[in-house]
Design a protein around this ligand. Structure first.
Ligand code: NDP
Ligand code: OXD
Length: 321
């Protein structure tokens, strides 16, 4: 007999989010379960007990009267939480080593790009100029990671191993060996003061929306060999005030930025970020969700749940992440 059915609602459009690819994967990892790829599938809403989603359209999930669990196919749940009619069932997010490793690669890559003066060196190469500048050691740079959850804590550890002076900021107090931990509003200013490269891996919530703004950038450390502080944001575009970033880059409040996420994605072609000489831009691919890994993760969680076990990585709806 078939087990309870799963609905797949994937919107987004990029190659990695091909609904057909997810459908094939879920059919493989849930062979005894019917998997309906919406909106096209013929199905009875009452038989849907599980939904696996990416950027579902508000109202879509409310159509399933017997829904038991929603699985968000990424780590950040801001798009799901924006649905005012979201059914009151557990919402599970992604927290897996595969995604964490990818994000740590992105963070290390971009911290090193700025630390090792890659923008300057690439410009020299384009102009055929042989002009090495003094290169300071990693220990001369203080990196501050906003968000010390699954992703931030791992990135902080990797940066510490490379020799950077690493601090982190979170809502609740953390203890990570070799990482100076700050927390809450009272800890924010001290965290920013000692930070030369700011890495943002916060979730987008009511509390964190536009937290990356001029007021915050003005509090960052200015005494490092970098000359001016650097911003790296791989959290969400809604965390940043984009007009402030551009103005701060132009007036020297910020020296450079690596941005993976934007308020509007895809980034419109007329955005000044595309051609800004001190912006390194990536198209929201800091840490791709791998359908092979994540479909297995969801299938495992469903099996455990049906056997009476607890779901993992359930979102706290009150906190919003
Ligand atoms: P977690 O939920 O594990 O961690 C979130 C961290 O942020 C926690 O340390 C939390 O504090 C902290 N935090 C949340 N709200 C506040 C606040 N108001 N003040 C201070 N700290 C706060 O999330 P992940 O690490 O798994 O993911 C983080 C985000 O990364 C996702 O929400 C998503 O937006 C983004 N992401 C981006 C990707 C990309 O490709 N660009 C890919 C994957 C994720 P505490 O520990 O005290 O709860
Ligand atoms: C995620 C993402 O949240 O891909 O996992 O942005």
């Amino acid at each position: 007999m078939n087990k309870a059915a799963l609905a797949l609602l994937v919107h987004g459009g990029t190659e990695n989010w091909s609904p057909e690819r997810w459908k094939r994967r879920f059919d493989e990892v849930c062979p005894d379960r019917r998997v309906f790829q919406l909106p096209d599938a013929e199905y009875d809403p009452a038989e849907i007990h599980y939904a696996a989603v990416w950027k579902p359209v508000p109202g879509e999930l409310a159509a399933f009267p017997n829904l038991r669990v929603i699985f968000n196919l990424g780590a950040g749940v801001d798009a799901v939480m924006a649905d005012k009619s979201l059914p009151n069932v557990p919402l599970v997010r992604v927290s897996v080593d595969d995604l964490t490793g990818r994000m740590t690669e992105y963070v290390v890559l971009h911290v090193l790009m700025h630390h090792r003066q890659e923008l300057y060196l690439r410009a020299c190469q384009r102009e055929k100029i042989w002009a090495p500048r003094f290169q300071w050691p990693a220990g001369a740079i203080s990196v501050g990671v906003m968000g010390l959850g699954t992703l931030g804590a791992d990135a902080a550890e990797a940066l510490r191993r490379l020799g950077f002076r690493v601090a982190g900021w979170s809502r609740s107090l953390k203890q990570i060996e070799g990482v100076e931990c700050f927390h809450g509003k009272p800890g924010l200013d001290a965290f920013l003061r000692r930070t030369d490269i700011l890495v943002c891996l916060l979730p987008l919530t009511v509390q964190t929306r536009q937290i990356l703004n001029r007021g915050l950038f003005a509090k960052l450390g200015r005494d490092s060999p970098l000359g001016a502080p650097v911003l790296i944001n791989a959290g969400r575009g809604g965390l940043q005030n984009e007009a402030d970033i551009l103005q701060c880059l132009d007036d020297g409040t910020l020296g450079a930025a690596s941005l993976d996420v934007f308020a509007q994605e895809p980034l419109p072609t007329d955005s000044p970020f595309w051609s800004h000489p001190r912006v390194i831009l990536t198209p929201h691919n800091a840490a791709d969700t791998d359908p092979d890994e994540i479909s297995k993760y969801v299938a495992r969680q469903i099996e455990r749940f049906e056997a009476g076990g607890a779901l993992e990585n359930v979102v706290d709806r009150g906190r919003g992440y």
